[in-house]
Design a protein around this ligand. Structure first.
Ligand code: SF4
Ligand code: SF4
Length: 258
């Protein structure tokens, strides 16, 4: 299903097709609208966004979540979703914006990186491939479209450092859209807690892996048990495997002795 069909009405009107696979745009401190878009946002944070932001700020996940986010339950799946909390001021500005720009720029969320490109992606469950469609989200207040620089989506993806974000966000999308999570009664409270832990709180998830019977129970891929201690990215890979195994009944982890 295309983004044009699934996006809210207000956004559908702003979506424009790429012209010859390209769009014209630039965003820099010289544009008259600089930082104007960093306010009054409903900005969904993915697990990888949270990991990058909390590390940038030198916070543990719990403190980051308490200080900077709101949690809302997704009504269809009963899954807790995390949103960046705007500041309590008349303009509802992002907590990380300043007159000189984004203060967390190297680790800004994927949604901030990808704009003005809108990406509709879905996982083909039989082939395991991600299918993608791209549009340009042309918002009236954004003067970046008056700039002359032309980009292909590939150039923009590379320039904005999006590959690593897509790598993790595709896996998370596969979990949260999995048919198993769309059962009539939704997931249980215990499963909700497991989802929250493995998606958003890497310190607690590491405690869960190292402190209980996890490593006795599962025969992890070679080197993974050590890697998760040294690398947040490896830990998030394991967290997603755990969610696919435990919530989606996918045989992606091997139980010892079986
Ligand atoms: S995180 Fe940075 S780029 Fe994103 S809305 Fe906030 S200030 Fe703007
Ligand atoms: S409104 Fe557009 S051009 Fe202006 S700062 Fe935001 S993204 Fe950049």
């Amino acid at each position: 299903m295309s983004l044009e069909k699934t996006a809210p009405d207000a956004i559908q009107e702003m979506l424009q097709p790429l012209e010859n696979g390209q769009f014209q745009f630039a965003c820099h401190p010289g544009v008259p609208c600089f930082t104007e878009c960093c306010r009054d946002l409903k900005l969904l944070l993915t697990p990888y966004d949270i990991l990058r932001l909390k590390n940038h700020l030198g916070l543990d996940a719990r403190t980051f979540l308490d200080q900077h986010t709101n949690t809302e339950l997704d009504v269809r799946r009963n899954l807790p979703m995390i949103y960046l909390r705007m500041q309590d001021n008349p303009r509802k500005t992002c907590p990380f914006v300043s007159a000189s720009g984004c203060q967390v720029y190297p680790d800004r969320p994927a949604a901030c990186r990808i704009y003005p490109v809108a990406r509709a992606s879905r996982m083909h469950r039989l082939h395991g491939t991600v299918q993608e469609d791209y549009f340009v989200l042309h918002e009236a207040h954004c003067r970046g479209f008056e700039e002359s620089r032309a980009w292909s989506v590939q150039e923009w993806t590379q320039d904005q450092g999006l590959e690593q974000y897509h790598h993790f966000n595709n896996q998370w999308m596969e979990i949260i859209t999995h048919p198993k999570l769309l059962q009539e009664n939704g997931i249980s409270e215990k499963q909700q807690q497991m989802f929250f832990l493995a998606s958003y709180n890497m310190e607690k998830f590491l405690d869960f892996v190292l402190g209980g019977r996890f490593l006795d129970l599962f025969d992890l891929p070679e080197g993974m048990a050590k890697a998760v201690v040294d690398s947040d990215d490896a830990l998030l890979e394991l967290a997603f495997l755990w969610l696919k195994f435990s919530l989606c009944n996918e045989p992606v982890l091997k139980i010892r002795g079986r």
